[in-house]
Design a binder for this molecule. Sequence first.
Ligand code: FMN
Length: 379
Amino acid sequence: MLSKTLLTRLFNIQYPIIQAPMSPLTTPELVANVSNAGGMGTIAAARMTGEQLRNEIHKIRTLTNKPFGVNVFIPPKDIEISSQAIESVRKQLKELVINKNLHNCNIDIASLPVKPNKDLFPEQIEVILNEKVSTLSFTFGYLPDNIINKCKQLNIRLIGTATTAKEAIFLKDIGCDAVCLQGSEAGGHRGSFLTSDIDTIEQSTIGLQSLLSQTTQFIDPTSYPLIAAGGIMDGYGLINALTSGASGVQMGTRFVTAHESAKLVPEAHRNLLLEAKNDVNKLYPTVLTRAYTGKPARGIRTAITDHFCPNENKNNVILPWQYQSQLVLPLCKFAAETKQTDFMQLWAGQNYARCENQSATAIIQQIIKEANDILQCKN
Ligand SMILES: Cc1cc2nc3c(=O)[nH]c(=O)nc-3n(C[C@H](O)[C@H](O)[C@H](O)COP(=O)(O)O)c2cc1C
């Protein structure tokens, strides 16, 4: 039988499974049901205002009395962008819509506003501290000392996201209670933060197994909880991570097709993930791309990712994080409404073909049963 781990003890949960925060696809029902099933759900606060986050926390507290976490994006440093770069992306998108046939698209790309986003981080942190949530996880960087200290005073557990052993050591040293190691297989955005060199981030990504192995050379996994993320979809993935030094796993893609996610995940996205299960011809490649948001993230290859592929089109301009999305996402939203997948944003980890049409409770129960069967050599 699966035994307790450093992670289950730290978070006071039954099973070493964390539902990855998935902005903007995470519903309160998903968070609550994962926690009720013995794992730990996580709110993806990302672009929520303080008020939205507070409402979300309150809603989840009506659905569960078990621990759950809140995840935030560490804000970027101020970036200047030129109007020339904005116009270049507008031009590229206009051409793409015509050349790759985004049918019936009436979006006036020339008039889409591109402006700095409001920094929501301070109001999110205020709510997290006031509400004394049990866990705060973060990605794209690290929390400043004063916030770490306040969290420690309030007994709020901290999880940072690392994509290299060096980032993991950094996060442990600043006071994180656990570190989530994000392998290159992972769906969604890369949490890389110690380098801003895009070539390093895109070309030198480390697979989960190697990342665990490298990190445990420097951090003793028997005394510090490491959380494995990237491509973990079943009991084999869980056992593999546990036997490689992790104290638990953080799973995203598997929960994208959970019943509780259906109201936020476009149907065409959900179907693409589920159809790959029984038909290898529908198992499309995933790519690491900056096409949608300006920050590297993994999703299924589309006309948009092909166009903004740095290897193919070295000279194509991509706007930085928080700007590129202001021009691209309106097209993706229209494409999702009209089921034109080649223009959709289809976040998925490399192992997405193991998605199932199930509730969150069934997902957790199935993974735990598989893991226990493996331990008893039934499989
Ligand atoms: C749709 C989607 C959205 C994500 N959004 C976030 C997020 O808001 N914050 C975060 O820390 N990680 C986010 N991630 C990354 C996950 O935390 C995790 O690293 C990843 O899901 C693990 O790989 P897997 O998808 O193969 O399970 C997201 C992942 C996906 C698939």
